[in-house]
Ligand binder design. Structure first.
Ligand SMILES: NC(=O)c1ccc[n+]([C@@H]2O[C@H](COP(=O)([O-])OP(=O)(O)OC[C@H]3O[C@@H](n4cnc5c(N)ncnc54)[C@H](O)[C@@H]3O)[C@@H](O)[C@H]2O)c1
Length: 383
């Protein structure tokens, strides 16, 4: 049935290619790709082995045979493309951040709801089988009341003072960089696994590399011409949070931590036991108890139904990020077919993430605690 879904990817960068592979792996038909110019689109179409039939985004909107649009462009373009696609009656898978302003994320979410269309947002770390296992164990009460939640999301790709990306420029990436880009993933994952909501937070942001080469996105040239611009988005963020149950949590976010490539790590400490997940080692999870600790292996022969469902390979045959994307697109397409599956991140989760980002920015500017808007919580899926 998913074979009948014709999908187009807008944005031919790193994540666009991951979406393209996941569409095919999920049995969807990759009908085409749109890039920043018709020439770049044609190059991507050749590379991805699809016909170069869409010179621009308008051509996608005009094609009634396309039922899903995957928005994989720089952040500032998400709202416009997602809204246009929804108004054209197409389901949308929109990369995070759904929008760089909460009001826009809410508008998109309402639009999709009113039109009866699926709007999914790839908080894909939810699709690691052992993440599902930890969530299931929490639902069964294995860990007890939370005592403390802590963790980090660390990368190093912006450590060089010559590293540059459209993400650095607020007009393309939004007013928050490190938190919105990766801290948002940590918050989504931890809230979902632990079954909590962060209700207030206090954040401090740091820009450790004060200037970077001029030019972003399509205009950026690695060789540059020597001109540098002042950086106005954060390289690092530290956040102290409190949950709806009163538990304290800390989060450290960095894009400048040498040797850390994509280290999303969290620890949930409960009254009866603790749980640790490290996205760079997703085949194991650590379970702590007062009398010892043990390592849990992903294994479709054991554990929760969701761990088994999302395990695509036998134990010991490493699964990873691309498998998460495959499972996410599978579930998004199932939702489009009217078969909702557990844990699909949707527009409501995109709204939640935008609100958390807004609270981080408010707090860091005022040096005070900021509330996370309860109206955003009301829009969300229940845990
Ligand atoms: N969910 C995840 O785990 C995850 C991971 C990485 C990136 N992302 C998100 O995906 C988005 C893209 O990130 P990326 O790493 O692929 O960036 P990228 O820079 O590698 O790719 C972006 C692409 O969009 C193209 N583009 C620019 N303007 C366009 C337009 N008007 N129409 C079509 N294409 C256009 C650019 O030429 C570029 O090829 C970002 O919003 C990012 O936050 C999400």
């Amino acid at each position: 049935m998913s074979g009948s879904l014709r999908a187009v990817v807008s944005g031919a960068g790193m994540i666009g290619a991951v979406h393209a592979a996941a569409i095919r792996a999920s049995g969807g038909e990759l009908a085409g790709v749109v890039a920043s110019t018709p020439e770049r689109g044609a190059l991507a179409a050749e590379k991805w082995r699809v016909p170069a039939r869409y010179p621009d985004f308008e051509a996608v909107l005009a094609d009634d045979s396309v039922s899903v649009v995957h928005v994989c462009t720089p952040n500032a373009l998400h709202v416009g493309q997602a809204e246009a696609a929804l108004r054209a009656g197409k389901h949308v898978i929109c990369e995070k951040p759904l929008a760089t302003a909460t009001a826009d994320a809410r508008r998109l979410t309402r639009l999709a709801e009113e039109a009866g269309l699926v709007l999914a947002v790839p908080f894909v770390y939810r699709y690691h089988p052992l993440v599902r296992e930890l969530r299931e164990r929490r639902l069964r009460g294995e860990f007890g009341a939370w005592q403390l939640i802590h963790g980090s999301y660390l990368q190093d790709w912006m450590l060089s003072e010559d590293a540059m990306s459209w993400r650095v420029d607020p007009s393309e990436g939004g007013p928050s960089r490190a938190f919105a880009d990766i801290g948002s993933h940590w918050c989504d994952l931890v809230e979902w696994v632990a079954g909590i909501r962060f209700t207030e937070l206090t954040a401090r942001l740091g820009t450790t590399v004060p200037t970077r080469p001029a030019g972003t996105g399509a205009t950026f040239s690695a060789t540059g011409e020597g001109r540098r611009v002042r950086v106005r988005t954060e390289d690092v963020a530290t956040v102290l949070l409190r949950t709806d149950g009163g538990t304290l949590a800390t989060l450290t976010v960095s894009q400048v931590s040498a040797g850390r490539k994509n280290r999303l790590w969290f620890e949930l400490d409960g009254a009866r036991g603790s749980a640790v997940f490290d996205q760079e080692n997703p085949e194991t999870a650590w379970l702590g108890a007062p009398d010892g600790a043990r390592v849990l292996f992903r294994d479709p022969g054991h554990g929760s139904a969701e761990q088994r469902r999302l395990s695509r390979l036998p134990a010991g045959h490493g699964q990873g990020y691309a498998d998460c994307f495959h499972s996410f697109v599978d579930d998004a397409y199932a939702a489009i077919r009217g078969e909702p599956r557990e844990g699909l991140p949707t527009g409501a989760d995109g709204v939640r993430s935008a609100r958390l980002t807004e609270a981080v920015l408010t707090s860091s500017a005022s040096l005070t605690w900021a509330d996370v808007d309860p109206t955003a919580i009301a829009l969300e899926n229940t845990a």
